[in-house]
Design a binder for this molecule. Structure first.
Ligand code: ZN
Length: 162
């Protein structure tokens, strides 16, 4: 079965940055599953997976524009510490959740002050060219429920939103 819109694709991947440094891998977390054609994964990854099938192995290079986007300089901003959700002990590099007008958003602390912190709302992988080693494990038809929800429910189609 070939990968096309409304197929559920299960795959293993290892992600490297442009310099070949390993960032993460599904080897530890178990294979990833997504619903094809519904914007569930990076645009650059989805485009290259179309038409492939179980057993195929690919190396896919995703430029920032088709990955996590370019870095935005004004995404670095100063917020009151009281706007952080359960801030705990703050230090540069710590990932925090910030209460914003549009709901909680993840950010990385860049500088800690007495009452405020500087945080960077850019995705940690923004601005990076990513290299994925992908092995396609399985391709199946999505269930009606998955098509209605617009996402995959895990390798077997069982309902699980974790
Ligand atoms: Zn669902």
């Amino acid at each position: 079965m070939k990968i096309a819109r409304n197929k559920v694709v299960t795959f293993h991947y290892t992600l490297f940055d442009e310099a070949g440094e390993r960032i993460e891998s599904s080897v530890e977390s178990g294979p990833a599953a997504y619903l094809h054609g519904r914007n569930n994964i990076l645009v650059g990854l989805e485009a290259e997976l179309a038409g492939k099938q179980a057993g195929d192995e690919l190396k896919i290079t995703v430029p920032p524009e088709l990955g996590y986007g370019l870095r935005v300089d004004d995404a670095v901003t100063r917020v009151p510490i009281k706007h952080l959700i359960k801030p705990g002990k703050l230090a540069a590099g710590k990932v925090v959740a910030v209460n914003t007008a549009s709901g909680p958003r993840r950010a990385i602390v860049t500088k800690v002050g007495r009452f405020n912190v500087d945080v960077d709302f850019n995705h940690p992988l923004a601005g990076k060219t990513l290299v994925f080693d992908v092995k396609i494990v399985d391709v199946r038809d999505a269930t009606e429920e998955e098509i209605a929800h617009g996402h995959a429910h895990g390798p077997g189609g069982a309902h699980d939103h974790s």
